[in-house]
Ligand binder design. Structure first.
Ligand code: BEZ
Length: 260
């Protein structure tokens, strides 16, 4: 992911233990991507935004050599603890030139808000003929959650301080960006995927929504999160007693042609 662990008080921070407790579903739900990636022994694969390495490890177990990069040092340490070579790196500016047979990226690209720079970096990192298999938040992702956050901040007259931290494109937008760089897009689909959460929506807000929470003094954040939860309850708390986030995924595969 393209945010650092965050000395800055407004930046989303990543803690491997918090992520494991509240967001394991992110890598669990992405396991079908491994099938699409079809890693072969002898291939060198980059996991862009590898997080704590849970998905990266599956690529290694399939027999490929895999390297993880992520902007969070804490996540990179967790990935390295699984025995996977991994480095802190910004996805907008990958330090690789025609090295990889394939790039896998899950739930990371939406944190990188200059998408053309990321697409350029992926192109450069791939060998000619290399492929990208990706999944990210797409148009409409967490729209209900975002609206509740925005409304609660607006009630505090803080709406002008919101900096939307995510890039959620639709199919046409992302396809055009990839094709403009020269990629051949093999597959692109936007799919709603309501996602049951392992705990409270307030835990989700802590894990993923810090850029909204940090607009408030710490002493006001608990009440703010409860207010947002109350607002969301009718739409996102299902009859089985679980919170279900209104996720929409954009899944794609693209190839850097042999001859550009
Ligand atoms: C996502 O995986 O779609 C996502 C996660 C956290 C915040 C925003 C989006």
């Amino acid at each position: 992911m393209d945010q650092t662990d965050g000395a800055s008080s407004l930046q989303q921070r990543w803690f491997a233990d918090r992520y494991a407790a509240n967001a394991r579903f992110v890598s669990d739900l992405a396991e079908p991507l491994i099938k699409n990636l079809a890693p072969c022994s002898g291939e060198l694969i980059l996991d862009l935004g590898c997080g704590d390495g849970a998905l990266t490890k599956l690529v290694a177990e399939a027999g490929a050599m895999v390297v993880g990069v992520d902007a969070s040092l804490d996540q990179i340490k967790a990935c390295q603890n699984l025995g996977i070579p991994a480095a802190v790196m910004d996805g907008h500016n990958l330090a690789f030139k025609e090295v990889f047979d394939a790039i896998l990226t899950n739930a990371a690209l939406h944190w990188m808000t200059s998408p053309n720079d990321v697409i350029d970096a992926m192109w450069n990192a791939l060998k000619p003929g290399g492929r990208v298999i990706g999944e990210m938040g797409g148009a409409g992702n967490i729209a209900r959650i975002t609206r509740a956050l925005t409304e609660a901040l607006t009630r505090r007259n803080l709406q002008d301080r919101i900096v939307f931290p995510w890039f959620f494109p639709n199919e046409a937008d992302y396809c055009e960006r990839l094709e403009s760089r020269g990629f051949v897009v093999n597959y692109m689909a936007l799919m709603p995927r309501p996602t049951p959460l392992p705990g409270e929506i307030t835990d989700w807000l802590d894990t993923f929504g810090e850029q909204f929470l940090f607009l408030l003094p710490e002493r006001e954040r608990a009440a703010f999160k409860e207010e947002v939860a109350e607002e969301l309850e009718a739409d996102l708390f299902d009859p089985n007693g679980r919170w279900v986030a209104d996720y929409v995924r954009l899944r794609f595969t693209a190839t850097r042609p042999e001859e550009a």
